[in-house]
Design a binder for this molecule. Structure first.
Ligand SMILES: NC(=O)C1=CN([C@@H]2O[C@H](COP(=O)(O)OP(=O)(O)OC[C@H]3O[C@@H](n4cnc5c(N)ncnc54)[C@H](O)[C@@H]3O)[C@@H](O)[C@H]2O)C=CC1
Ligand SMILES: O=C(O)[C@@H]1CCC=N1
Length: 258
């Protein structure tokens, strides 16, 4: 399998790291304009780096994952005009519809995804929409690559935006939450390193508990709040300070509905 990545920034870099954990780096082909940061990444991960589209697009790639900034995605994909029509184009561009990608490369099968940064450790959440006309072979090729990176969750195109907001923007919200928790722990006298260790472990374990048990977050929360105990005092304070409302507004704002 030959995998192309268009744009090795934060998302492209995370995808490349996740892929290098699973496949030989010689099967990874990256197109990014000359950039010292990307040259460093190339040295670290060992993929093949191209600085212009002509040589990149003649590599007989099975897939190209587009992780250039969303506003330039269609323009950059147009530069791949003439690429093998069997190459599956996987666009990770937030807010860019399949039909817009098709205007750039009308003959290629297209898949729209919203991944998240945990793909770097093969624990990503990848909301995925296949174009309606896609054939089984192209679908399988895309699935084979994406499932190396984490959970592939199939979405209808109208739901890709909100699934991508929760899954793709979500890590940043969790990071803000963890950062604030660490500040509080430091204020209470814990050293920062230990605070980060406890918090990251707690978030990972809470996520796995929800995932593995299938219990609702409300049920899981109720199991922690002992009667007259310490947790309910904190939960009450969260409610008094509009924590839940802040999260709801953050999701709606990122999703473009506010
Ligand atoms: N950062 C994230 O967590 C997520 C990002 N995405 C999507 O991934 C895309 C990239 O986002 P980030 O990685 O955050 O941005 P970024 O700015 O970190 O990376 C963009 C990369 O594209 C490169 N680039 C710019 N013009 C190019 C061109 N003409 N040809 C090839 N490479 C080019 C840049 O040099 C840079 O390496 C966006 O479409 C975004 O919606 C989707 C889900 C999550
Ligand atoms: O912030 C962004 O626009 C991208 C899309 C989802 C996560 N990051």
């Amino acid at each position: 399998m030959k995998i192309g990545v268009l744009g090795a920034g934060n998302m492209g870099g995370a995808i490349l790291q996740g892929l290098v954990n699973k496949v030989d780096p010689s099967s990874l082909f990256v197109l990014n304009p000359v950039n010292p940061r990307v040259s460093e990444l190339q040295k670290k991960l060992g993929f093949q780096l191209f600085n212009e589209p002509t040589a990149f697009k003649s590599q007989q790639l099975d897939v190209v994952i587009a992780t250039v900034p969303a506003p330039v995605t269609v323009t950059v994909l147009k530069q791949l005009n003439g690429i093998n029509p069997e190459t599956v184009i996987i666009s990770a561009a937030g807010g860019i519809r399949i039909k817009e990608v098709k205007t750039a490369l009308p003959n290629n099968p297209v898949v729209a995804i919203i991944p998240n940064t945990p793909v770097a450790i093969n624990q990503g959440t990848i909301a995925t929409t296949f174009e309606q006309q896609i054939n089984e072979q192209s679908k399988q090729t895309a699935n084979q690559v994406l499932s190396l990176l984490g959970d592939v969750i199939i979405a209808s195109e109208p739901k890709l935006g909100i699934m991508g907001t929760v899954g793709g923007c979500g890590p940043a919200f969790v990071d803000v939450f963890m950062d604030a928790m660490a500040d509080a722990a430091v204020e209470e006298g814990l050293d920062r390193k230990t605070a980060y260790q406890v918090i990251a472990s707690m978030v990972a374990g809470s996520g796995k508990l929800a995932f593995n048990t299938g219990k609702t977050p409300a049920d899981l929360k109720d199991q922690v709040t002992s009667p007259g105990g310490t947790t309910i005092k904190g939960v009450t304070e969260l409610e008094a300070n509009g924590f839940r409302n802040a999260i709801i507004k953050a999701i709606k704002s990122s999703n473009g509905s506010m």
